[in-house]
Design a protein around this ligand. Structure first.
Ligand code: ATP
Ligand code: MG
Length: 228
């Protein structure tokens, strides 16, 4: 399994006390599977993505990615694991404000030791339709443009696992379809496993599986027969 969660739970201590966010999540995701994660606002979709990406540590149960128990890795090992195997697109993009679009996309490639980081970053931006925005800073771009830069950045290192939070949420229909093609191309051409949080039925319907969260628990799952 590429991702394997066993009775995973997440509780966070906030100013208002302890909040239980995810409960008893048991879930296996196989190589090259595409999973649509759906559910109401506040149901825990982003939190579950953070657990899978090793960006939040489970407070109960286990989370394994590519056979490694993420709950047992220290911060450095976890950071290396993410760099080498995972791409994450956050709901709020998390672009570095002082870097141009090109620099944002090139940075993880440089960190991964790629000599042609800037050439590849330029190609990735062309692929998301932002060839004309390479020198722009995040504050000079629309929400949908920033989202596409974040996607290009996550996809550029060809991660084994791509986790994306609402990757088409701010995009018009045709740009959204272009981004979906790019995401599924990562699976088709590079064998990536995709977990996509989405409110879009179009995107959910293209996935092999749809998983629904309600109040921090898995509610139901639809498995598409075509994927079997
Ligand atoms: N750092 C935090 N501290 C305390 N509670 C949090 C924290 N982050 C999230 N929560 C709570 O956890 C619950 C799940 O949040 P999460 O962001 O995972 O939901 P979501 O399904 O992604 O929602 P949306 O569709 O609105 O993005 C919410 O009730 C939220 O208020
Ligand atoms: Mg969310």
């Amino acid at each position: 399994m590429v991702l394997s969660l066993n009775d995973a739970a997440l509780s966070l201590d906030g100013a208002a006390g302890r909040v239980d966010i995810l409960h008893g999540i048991t879930l296996d995701i196989a190589e090259r599977q595409t999973v649509g994660l759906v559910g109401p606002s506040g149901s825990g979709k982003s939190s579950l993505l953070m657990l899978m990406g090793g960006l939040e540590r489970a407070t109960g149960g286990t989370v394994e990615a590519l056979g490694r128990d993420l709950t047992a890795l220290d911060e450095d090992a976890l950071a290396r694991f993410r760099r080498d195997h995972m791409g994450v697109v956050f709901q709020s993009f998390h672009l570095i404000p002082t870097m141009t679009a090109l620099e944002n996309v090139a940075t993880p490639l440089e960190l991964a030791g790629k000599r042609d980081a800037f050439d590849r970053a330029a190609e990735e931006l062309d692929a998301v339709g932002l060839g004309h925005r390479k020198g722009h800073y995040p504050a000079q771009m629309s929400g949908g443009e920033q989202q596409r830069v974040a996607l290009a950045r996550a996809a550029a290192p060809r991660p084994d696992i791509l986790l994306a939070d609402e990757p088409t949420g701010n995009l018009d229909q045709s740009t959204g379809e272009q981004i979906m093609d790019l995401l599924f191309g990562l699976r088709d051409r590079h064998g990536a496993t995709l977990v996509l949080v989405t409110h879009s039925m179009d995107l959910a319907n293209r996935c092999d599986r749809t998983i629904r969260l309600v109040d921090g628990r898995l509610e139901s799952e639809a498995v598409r027969e075509a994927a079997e």
